[in-house]
Design a protein around this ligand. Structure first.
Ligand SMILES: Cc1cc2nc3c(=O)[nH]c(=O)nc-3n(C[C@H](O)[C@H](O)[C@H](O)COP(=O)(O)OP(=O)(O)OC[C@H]3O[C@@H](n4cnc5c(N)ncnc54)[C@H](O)[C@@H]3O)c2cc1C
Length: 500
């Protein structure tokens, strides 16, 4: 078979790219190895529950924002979304809670109360970030592929932001930690916990400019999607098909087909079928898997191979629980980001045993048996440990059980109001994610947004192989449904810019 564009992988990034291209009249075919699409965002259905794998917190669904602009091009209606208020609260080890929503005045008043030891510095930290985040957001709207803007585009952008541009440039080589020097270690941990969730690294590593966007986004507006990310995936499939595109589920792609000059011209499927793409191939696999599996390490340039070795991601350990309705009502928010240990021995932060997000599905979107709510507890884990030294399935199960017991204790210590009103329905380890998505070591959430990976250092959508593009959470601008949608827009614009 021959198409203009072949997309490998049906995560939100691949689906959105295919939907946009199909809507722009491109003959596109998407291959997904599973019998469902959605990848990391796909739902887990068990015993009458439908769980979202993550926090179910989605950015940029407000009018005029990214998702509205994408759906304006598609022949389908956007999913039903509702604002989540507050987006989440952060609960600290001393049980102090900070609600990250509300007006600036309310938020600042909370910061002063929660961090009296550095109130002015904490408020100043957020005040300094807000205009930076707003200017970066405006810039990315104007030029989606911001890191690769031409010199002329940069000059024009700087001219349009005369106040913010010098401020941004002066901070482009800073980590977030550099701007936290006047704050207490408690406040720094409050920031670390949030950055770990949104940037996959803490303040010591995280690029200041990324941290500004990541910390200010939830302060603007966050949404829940009816049916979760899985519903978005289903709608995108419908969109691809109604624009005349093709979606082939249960169809693993084995490798890229390249001509003698190294230019990609198609893919070979695991079934033995060869498919050609006359215009482009888009990989929705992670950067490790795009090169390691599709391209093949022997065809990967040495500099790219060297860079891949330096990139790391986190695994996740998830506990899917059924929670009594009345227990959920006792929580101060549907999402609690809990830090269980101050880690005050040094500046570095390790989320592995001391950070979790407890997220309850929205009350207006029934995903559980009567009287219950579906809830997900997401934690960070070093992925390698789930793959090494396993001589059989039993060892994996034992490790899973040990992690469950440890987290169950931490969960009840941090959220005592849960009492006996929660029961474990299922767990997921990095091996589960590997089996579902084939992401290397089951690593999820993209790559940590350190200075070496942010902005002009971010992984480009154009790869080292002519005709092959990458889309998804290991490329710019990073992880999350909004970010991979943004990356899809960039790739679709490169292959077939919108007309008119
Ligand atoms: C625990 C957790 C919580 C999260 N919480 C949130 C949240 O609250 N809000 C938010 O916005 N984001 C959240 N995210 C992040 C978000 O879900 C991801 O960033 C996003 O879904 C990743 O999409 P992607 O396009 O990069 O691809 P992926 O989801 O990785 O999809 C890639 C697809 O490619 C397929 N594939 C792989 N190999 C092949 C092959 N050889 N042939 C064919 N197909 C193949 C896979 O099966 C998969 O479907 C969370 C993620 C996790 C893991």
């Amino acid at each position: 078979m021959s198409y203009e564009v072949v997309v490998v992988g049906g995560g939100i990034g691949g689906l959105t790219t295919a939907a946009l291209l199909a809507a722009r009249g491109v003959n596109v075919c998407l291959f997904e190895k599973e019998s469902w699409a959605g990848g990391c965002a796909a739902a887990e259905e068990r015993h009458g529950y439908r769980f979202e794998p993550g926090a179910g917190l989605y950015a940029l669904w407000q009018p005029g924002e990214l998702h509205e602009r994408v759906f304006a091009e598609l022949p389908v209606a956007a999913p039903d979304v509702r604002q989540v208020s507050p987006p989440y609260v952060v609960r600290l080890p001393d049980a102090t809670e900070v609600n990250v929503g509300g007006s600036d005045a309310e938020f600042e008043s909370q910061l002063r109360q929660a961090f009296p030891e550095c109130a002015a510095a904490a408020v100043a930290f957020y005040r300094e970030m807000a205009p930076v985040a707003a200017a970066l957001h405006r810039a990315a709207r104007r030029i989606p592929d911001l890191p690769h803007a031409s010199r002329l585009q940069r000059i024009k952008l700087a001219a349009s932001e005369p106040r913010a541009a010098p401020h941004i440039l002066a901070r482009s080589s800073d980590t977030a930690a550099r701007h936290l020097q006047q704050t207490s270690s408690r406040f720094r941990r409050f920031i670390d916990a949030q950055l770990q969730i949104f940037a996959q690294c803490a303040s010591g590593e995280c690029a200041y400019l990324y941290s500004a966007v990541a910390l200010c986004l939830p302060r603007r507006e966050m949404y829940a999607i009816r049916g979760g990310g899985a519903a978005l995936a289903d709608i995108l499939i419908e969109s691809i098909k109604s624009s005349g595109g093709t979606v082939r589920l249960d169809t693993p792609v084995l490798r890229l087909a390249c001509d003698a000059g190294g230019r990609a011209f198609g893919v070979d499927l695991l079934s033995g079928e060869a498919v050609t793409a006359t215009r482009a191939i888009v990989s929705n696999l992670t950067v490790w898997d795009t090169y390691g599996k599709l391209v093949g390490l022997n065809r990967t340039p040495a500099d790219v191979r060297a860079r891949l070795k330096t990139l790391r991601g986190w695994g996740t350990y998830l506990i899917y629980v059924g929670a009594d309705e009345e227990v959920c009502a006792r929580l101060s928010a549907e999402r609690v980001l809990a830090l269980t240990d101050w880690q005050d021995a040094g500046p570095e932060f390790n989320p592995e045993h001391s950070l979790f997000m407890f997220s309850v599905a929205p009350a207006w979107d029934r995903r559980a048996p009567s009287g219950k709510r579906a809830a997900t507890i997401s934690t960070f884990t070093e992925p390698e440990q789930w793959f090494t030294f396993h001589r059989g399935e039993t060892e994996h199960e034992e490790q899973d059980q040990a992690a469950l017991e440890a987290w169950w204790g931490r969960l009840h210590a941090a959220l005592p109001e849960l009492g006996s009103g929660v029961e474990v329905i299922e767990t997921a380890t990095p091996r589960t994610f590997y089996e579902r998505t084939r992401r290397k070591l089951g690593m999820v959430g993209g790559v940590g947004q350190s200075l070496g990976l942010f902005g002009t250092n971010s992984l480009a959508h154009r790869t080292a192989v002519p005709n092959l593009y990458m889309v998804g959470d290991t490329t710019f601008p990073g992880q999350g449904v909004a970010a991979v949608t943004h990356s899809a827009l960039i790739v679709a614009n490169k292959i077939a810019p919108p007309t008119g």
